[in-house]
Design a protein around this ligand. Structure first.
Ligand SMILES: [Ca+2]
Ligand SMILES: [Ca+2]
Ligand SMILES: [Ca+2]
Ligand SMILES: [Ca+2]
Length: 396
């Protein structure tokens, strides 16, 4: 909803407050409108049912029109209505007298909701497209609407049809910066939901910001279909670490190795920006082990596994394994190494004469331990890993 000042000439400070029924509307955000783009806005939206705006600048305004935009969410049901009633409107501390005119809003049951997304995040000076979605588009034969935006933040470049509206004629008027007019009409009614058109924009240079996109003056089938709007926003930010993800999509814009889609690694950081640090998969594959029976000790060595931060090694007696028909739950005797960083170890224990040790190693990373099992279990019946997991002597 716009807040208008007519005329605005000579005004350099405004203290504005208005109230409304909080069971019908919730305030969400406020922006300066282009006429007041040089002003500093402080919005207090904390009190349900009340919006307070404080605007000021060193240079007085000139002209007339919209000075602020306030975004609301409709929470009331169809048939509910509210007045937006002025509580106070103080211009230049009261030096400039002002009359106020209240606003009003009623909630309707709409057959069509026209929406633009809230979640678009782009870099400054970047070309991007925003879809305009109809939910549903059923019965649409003609649609006119205006997209309002701040031309100090965005430039509209073009409008293209999306597949749902392919058979329609499209007219767009980009002549007025900040007010993009779009008309669509066809000879057969549309069916289904989805994007009708997409708007090409360019984001302008400047500080990080949230740029609103408002859908206004929606007319569906010359008023025969009730249509309403779900406005959108574009977050515009720079990409300080040059990883192709602007700060609005980058969970660390000071580290080029951290961004959505980056490989997660065990570094106590959330590398892929999914909100979880070190949520990596457990090491894949089996650690193939070479054992060298040297006099008085066994020397174990294995290849490093990709992504592993350590290794667990277990040992047991072959005689128990044979006597239990391959039960690693019974045959696991000790954990030789727990999260060992090295890829070798020496075991100076000796089996009793006539017996022998078996050894198994698994890789571990911050996602947890991998497996002791190989893809081909060889001569051992049953799986090693689940058996070892049942042993009280297993590695933690
Ligand atoms: Ca970045
Ligand atoms: Ca980054
Ligand atoms: Ca993560
Ligand atoms: Ca990590």
């Amino acid at each position: 909803m716009p807040v208008r000042l007519d005329p605005a000439d000579g005004v350099s400070a405004l203290e504005l407050a208005f109230g409304f029924d909080p069971s019908v509307l919730e305030s969400r955000a406020a922006w300066t409108a282009p006429l007041a783009s040089g002003m500093t806005l402080v919005a207090d939206l904390a009190t349900p049912g009340r919006v307070a705006l404080s605007l000021s600048s060193a240079t007085p305004l000139s002209g007339a029109g919209e000075i602020a935009w306030v975004a609301f969410r409709v929470v009331g049901n169809a048939g509910h209505a509210t007045v937006l009633a002025w509580e106070s409107a103080l211009l230049d501390d009261g030096a400039i007298p002002a009359d106020t005119a209240d606003g009003a809003l009623s909630v309707i049951d709409a057959d069509i909701v026209l929406s633009v997304p809230d979640g678009t995040c782009v870099e400054t000076e970047e070309d991007f497209r925003v879809p305009v979605v109809a939910t549903p588009a059923d019965g649409l034969l003609g649609l006119d609407f205006t997209v309002r935006y701040d031309p100090g933040q965005l430039v509209a470049v073009d409008v293209l049809k999306e597949p749902l509206a392919e058979a329609f004629e499209l007219f767009s008027n980009l002549a007025v910066p900040g007010e993009l007019r779009i008309a669509l009409f066809g000879s057969a009614p549309l069916a289904g939901s989805g994007p009708l058109v997409s708007i090409g924009f360019e984001s302008l240079a400047g500080p990080a910001r949230s740029a609103p996109l408002f859908l206004e003056r929606i007319d569906a089938n010359e008023g025969a279909i009730a249509a309403t709007r779900d406005d959108g926003r574009v977050a515009v930010a720079s990409d300080a670490d040059d990883d192709e993800f602007p700060a609005c999509a980058d969970c660390d814009d000071g580290n080029g190795a951290i961004h959505p889609g980056a490989p997660e690694s065990c570094n106590s950081l959330d590398d892929d920006c999914d909100g979880l640090a070190d949520n990596v998969a457990v090491p894949a594959g089996f650690v193939a082990l070479a054992v060298d029976a040297a006099p008085g000790e066994a020397r174990l060595a294995w290849d490093s596994a990709p992504g592993a931060t350590g290794y667990d090694a277990v040992r047991g007696l072959l005689s128990i394994l044979a006597a239990t028909a391959g039960s690693f739950a019974d045959a696991t005797e000790s954990c030789l190494a727990d999260d060992l960083a090295a890829t070798s170890l020496e075991d100076d224990a000796l089996p009793v004469e006539g017996d022998a040790f078996w050894y198994l190693v698994r890789a571990v990373d911050c996602g947890g331990p991998g497996t002791y099992d190989s893809a081909s279990p060889g001569r051992v019946a049953g799986l090693r890993h689940p058996g070892i997991a049942l042993s009280s002597e297993r590695c933690p």
